[in-house]
Design a binder for this molecule. Sequence first.
Ligand code: NI
Length: 171
Amino acid sequence: MSVRPIIRPDNPILRKKATRVTVFDKKFQTLVDDMVETMLDAPGVGLAAPQVAVSQRVVVVQLPDDEKSREEYGDEAGKLYVLVNPEIIKASKEVVEGIEGCLSIPGYVGLVDRHEKVTVAAQDQNGKAFRKKADGWLARVFQHEIDHLEGRLYIDIAKDVWKPEPEENEE
Ligand code: NI
């Protein structure tokens, strides 16, 4: 496993629509393992493959296993999600505003509207299909990361983007 460099918006790969994953071979497993290691090293709560310059439809998400996360998600706090070829198949009408950052845009955060709840259909690291309902922060991170697979960044849809004080930095 290794930490891979995270690319910035000046790299066009970040703006490309990523292609579907069809081969779940050893090379793909290494990509997923490296993405997890890169996310944890950053540290961040989510990472999409285009951010490590691989234009494939895979994201990894892991919220911290802290008290706030445990209150909201119980036993699932700190759980690692690997979403391959993810699709949002259901989204709540209710939209919530929240602050986001992005590992590809260090030093900034923005105010972004997201669906409060989503249901994602995806495959796991081995290609097995599953569905996952998410709400709150987890739903926000899923939407942010899945946007990366379309070449979309939070700064495209944010109502406001600013440089936070260090303690305000979220992702
Ligand atoms: Ni991001």
